[in-house]
Design a protein around this ligand. Sequence first.
Ligand SMILES: Nc1ncnc2c1ncn2[C@@H]1O[C@H](COP(=O)(O)OP(=O)(O)O)[C@@H](O)[C@H]1O
Ligand SMILES: O=P(O)(O)OC[C@H]1O[C@](O)(COP(=O)(O)O)[C@@H](O)[C@@H]1O
Ligand SMILES: [Mg+2]
Length: 473
Amino acid sequence: MGSSVNSKPKVIKGPAGYVLEDVPHFSDYIPELPTHSNPLQDNPAYSVVKQYFVHVDDSVPQKIIAHKESPRGVHFRRAGPRQRVYYEADEVQAAIVTCGGLCPGLNTVIRELVCGLNNMYGVKKVMGINGGYKGFYAHNTIALTPKSVNDIHKRGGTVLGSSRGGHDTTKIVDSIQDRGINQVYIIGGDGTQRGASRIFEEVRRRGLKVAVVGIPKTIDNDIPVIDKSFGFDTAVEEAQRAINAAHVEAESIENGIGVVKLMGRYSGFIAMYATLASRDVDCCLIPESPFYLEGPGGLLEFVERRLKENGHMVVVIAEGAGQELVSESMQSMAKQDASGNKLLQDVGLWISHKIKDHFAKLKTMTINLKYIDPTYMIRAVPSNASDNVYCTLLAQSAVHGAMAGYTGFTCGLVNGRQTYIPFYRIIEGQNKVIITDRMWARLLSSTNQPSFIIHKSDTAEENKEEPPSESAK
Ligand SMILES: Nc1ncnc2c1ncn2[C@@H]1O[C@H](COP(=O)(O)OP(=O)(O)O)[C@@H](O)[C@H]1O
Ligand SMILES: O=P(O)(O)OC[C@H]1O[C@](O)(COP(=O)(O)O)[C@@H](O)[C@@H]1O
Ligand SMILES: [Mg+2]
């Protein structure tokens, strides 16, 4: 079996600016592998489907807004079953691992990988790696059968367990070889996909016929390229319960303030969508939009004004918002978790204290503030109906890709279509709320909160005499 240095991006160009950012395939580094006809063609459930197999040239555009003269742009390979497969059913030894923080839907993905492999391709040997990456070399494995995973999608968390840290590429690939694993399904966030990419490179370097497949998991929705991640809808839905509670508490008492902290380390999507969905939120603070507390146009002035107008208010804050302000006022410890992620300070608690201190000093208004931190409750629930369907399609796409000999890719929804995306595109950046986009503008107009950025620059010079009016925002 051949081996070479790290794989290079596979970029295929076509007419009119067409670009396919393709994913690796066994045939790139292992010559003359035998192929077999896809057993799906004899499966009664699929035999009625016209054109069940994906055309070899099918690809999905990354950008679907186009102008008459614009180039066709970047495309990704469309996911789905292929005519020829690179494994026979009894040859496959699949392994599934879940890494990083929890997210609704993990169990559904595990279930559908096991059932998809079994029902579509007759694969019987599937093992679960216990406790994240380190489970490859530090724990026992768990045998997974359609029966044993039958109702796990009704539970939150991951039946396999998860962990941070412990990624040792050599030990992991040694374990893959020792256990005879030839398909690895790796479910996890940005850190996990980085780890998966390293595993793929090592597998390729050793010339192994092992499909390395990533399935993106991120409750924060911070993975680039894909439309959204599984579990996100569930998280937004579950956040409504906390926001409702905050609203009920706030409006039941004079000058009531409800503060709700939601997940979102670097990306405020959960906070933004939960706010847009709820309509009870007066102010949404996210990491992408810096804010300030004191002075004209600041948060405290806005809180005072909203309380005077409405008698109560709800603030939603993403965990990563205002971290620079928290660090300024508290001794930053700059600690990291086992995966190297920066540990954040509790901005919800901090902002609650700041608001309370402000009104205590002001003495003209007595407030009643209730702080709700539902962060772990939101990610520990089972996935909702639409996420369950999404997880099923993702898992099936992953299985089809691996069986067809593709490797070194992450499955993902791009413009509503299932695709195979090369690892480098997934790990090169982060998906963030773009505060100059229409979605954030919609949020600002629905809450009518200050747009702190505009103010801070404007206020320095212009507003020495007079603070800006809300309508000027
Ligand atoms: N740059 C990296 N290279 C290899 N492995 C990594 C890298 N970053 C994170 N990992 C591993 O991926 C796993 C999950 O990462 P983590 O950041 O905790 O969660 P998530 O995948 O949800 O972002 C951990 O086991 C961690 O060691
Ligand atoms: O306390 P833990 O388990 O480290 O998780 C906290 C973090 O996990 C998340 O829910 C998800 O982060 P990952 O995608 O990196 O797993 C973050 O929003 C949060 O900061
Ligand atoms: Mg992460």
